[in-house]
Design a binder for this molecule. Sequence first.
Ligand code: NG6
Ligand code: CA
Length: 507
Amino acid sequence: MIRYILCLFYIFPLKASDQNRPNVIIIYTDDIGYGDLSCYGATNLQTKNIDKLAAEGLRFTQAHCPAATCTPSRYALLTGEYSWRKPGTGVARGDAPMIITPERYTLADMFKTDGYTTAVTGKWHLGLGAKDQQDWNGLMTPGQRDIGFDYSYIMAATGDRVPCVFMENDRISNLVPSDPIEVSYTTPFEGLPTGKNNPELLKVHPSHGHDQAIINGISRIGYMRGGNKALWVDENIADSITVKAVKFIEKNHTKPFFLLFATNDIHVPRAPHPRFVGTTDMGPRGDAIVQMDWCVGQILTTLDKLHLRDNTIIIFTSDNGPVVDDGYKDDAVEKLGGHTPSGGLRGGKYSKFEAGTKVPFIIRYPGKIKKGVSHALVSQIDMISSLASLLKISLPERSAPDSFDEWKSWSGKNTKGRKYVIEATNSASLSVRTAQWKYIEPGSNAYKYDKYTNIELGNDTIDQLYDLKSDPGETKNLSIERPDILKEMTTLLKTIKESEATRFKEK
Ligand code: NG6
Ligand code: CA
């Protein structure tokens, strides 16, 4: 008998701390700007669940995502490597192959190898399957389960890109074999209407792009045919991914779990469920924010119900800064009504200015981290190393090359944070900021404003240097006046760019 028990311990070694290891939930929202939530100053709408999270946790005022668009931010979040070191991490098409390859160590691997059960639900947008070998009607590998997730229920790319289907554990959910799906980003399918040719079929019209396949009366980027039973209903996306997240928590609540809950809100097309329509005076963009807040509420309620509140770390943040008109005529501009999505920062999504990457960031870990507000400079690039440090996990050699252990800042013990944060966009030139200074590298200025959204991109042929302490809106370029600081910042950026890694010394 004793031998049998010892044997069991050998097969399932229990960590001394097993019972106490916290669950971790990252709520990764889409296109939520620094000023979009009431706990960050918005007054035209109320985000009561996120406000509760902020009141019970630590709310950061100087937090950054790694890049000003989705795919590169998500790449950096999951790998701990800056996206600009890795070509091919720009905004991915809906039929892009998997960008993070299986041999790569990821945030999910970190949890999984430490005995956590891991899941991702919601927006993916990091590619799927192998190049030129994608099988939309079969098993799509490599997928999330090859990079450390035990369970996945995802949208392949974005709401505005085909295929408009959910994938559960690497297969299209609800696909009927007699109605296979086909996807193309180059050629329309003969006989099928498009947004361009059949605007009369649309319930929302594009303002730019988004005029290809029509699904649910909304035209998208890319063409698709078939898979009719599997198509998502836009108004139900938030419910679908939340239900799957809640089920995952309920099913796995007796052992430590990690959940990446990646909302579709508030990316375009914004089509909130009818019960949220009109909850703000701001049209679909405002209503989508309230819907996203409701999703957060569902997660909080589930934790309370299962008595997991105290032993679960929740990190709430966004993948990039805000955009108002991102391609559909959805009244977002007309009904803004004085709301400032960027919270007064310059630029927005796509931009090198602060609104591109400075985002809401809230951590709740009841009783374990300080409640209140932190002005420490933090970045999502540090997710892997900071959580590894908290959980006492040693990272494999040469993994997460740019991710620092900032748990002391994330838990409120260190009020300064990182020495610097790198901000990336879709262009080659980068920005670096410290607590006080922001430097934007010169590059092409062919586009001062994004040609679709009219967002100021921060592109220029000259050096830009701003004093964020006295000039958070980046209005006065001090590159000529302060050659000393300019030198410091250019040297810092050069060193980081020339190295292969910042966490460890490359060999
Ligand atoms: C742009 C799309 C925009 C959005 C963005 C990706 C056009 C004209 N614009 O190319 O609508 O989909 O890509 O957003 O097609 S992200 O948040 O996923 O990075
Ligand atoms: Ca985004």
